[in-house]
Design a protein around this ligand. Structure first.
Ligand SMILES: C[S@@+](CC[C@H](N)C(=O)[O-])C[C@H]1O[C@@H](n2cnc3c(N)ncnc32)[C@H](O)[C@@H]1O
Length: 279
């Protein structure tokens, strides 16, 4: 990575500019996002399945496997949501006790704990209540656009990973081609929100889908995301692109690669926590 591409020390890297039409000021964004997900939580899986964007369970599992998630690894799934990434991580790790899911939305966490046997913790990616060097694999699916500062969050991911640990961030990227962009924008901005409203009868779910697209459209380019991972200290930073839309950002903390030893090596979840978060 060229040093000119690295984020300037001390310079914040928000994932997109302020979207004042939704939350006014940046300071109000976390509360807006949390409320949106709280109110849309019960319908999230329906929305996600109905979008037909290919980001389903199978894709998530394949992406985690490609990044190097294997049996017995201790996983932190940041932004667990209803558990779509964590479920697949748990399968690959071989035991739900290997997986901790973190999310600031109590609504989403409640859905995840209803559906999965993984440990859920309230918190944000920018301030992880997790011990340093205690995790083998940090995953984050489709939440990069909700972070306040990519640099701060990636440094936290780096801190909690043990040497040799892996980070894997999944995110939708706006198509590079003009035709692809215009077509996807029409589908996501005009069709999906209306279908979502009809299917769920939930006005917040419709707002969530509009917000989803607006954040994808305004998101910082992949080079900046790669530079932020590099700046946080990760090695072998790379982006794998599937069907021109789905970006898999991966990196490794330097140190010996861990040889998976099977689920029995996962300690009790309490051993991970630096502190418990409460609201
Ligand atoms: C689109 S959902 C993704 C859920 C899941 N990872 C998936 O793949 O379906 C985004 C999630 O990010 C969470 N989130 C929002 N801000 C966050 C933050 N600062 N740190 C961690 N998670 C956050 C939301 O509460 C929501 O559950």
């Amino acid at each position: 990575m060229e040093s000119s591409q690295r984020p300037k020390p001390g310079g914040a890297l928000p994932p997109h500019p302020t979207l004042a039409q939704y939350y006014g000021h940046d300071a109000d964004r976390p509360q807006f996002v949390r409320r949106l997900f709280d109110l849309a939580a019960r319908d999230y899986d329906t929305i996600e399945g109905g979008m037909a964007m290919g980001t389903g369970r199978r894709y998530r599992r394949d992406a985690l496997r490609r990044a190097g998630l294997g049996a017995g690894m201790r996983v932190l799934d940041v932004a667990i949501g209803t558990g779509l990434v964590a479920r697949e991580a748990s399968r690959l790790a071989g035991d739900p006790r290997c997986v901790i899911g973190l999310d600031p939305s109590t609504g989403m966490l409640a859905e995840a704990s209803r559906q999965l046997g993984v440990t859920g913790v309230l918190g944000v990616g920018e301030q992880l209540p997790i011990r340093a060097a205690s995790i083998d694999f940090v995953s984050m699916g489709y939440a990069l656009r909700h972070l306040a500062d990519l640099g701060v969050a990636f440094r936290e991911f780096f801190r909690v990973l043990r040497p040799g640990g892996i980070v894997c961030v999944l995110e939708l990227t706006r198509p590079a081609s003009r035709v692809g962009f215009v077509a996807l924008r029409f589908y996501m901005r005009r069709i999906v929100p209306i279908l979502t409203r009809l299917r769920t009868r939930n006005a917040e779910a419709e707002v969530l889908m509009r917000y989803f697209w607006d954040t994808v459209e305004c998101c910082v380019p992949p080079e900046k995301i790669l530079a932020a991972l590099d700046g946080a200290g990760f090695e072998d930073v790379r982006r794998t692109l599937a069907v021109g839309l789905f970006s898999e950002y991966t990196g490794r903390k330097s140190g010996p690669s861990r040889v998976p030893t099977g689920p029995a090596s996962c300690p009790e979840p309490d051993n991970f926590f630096a502190r418990r978060m409460t609201r």
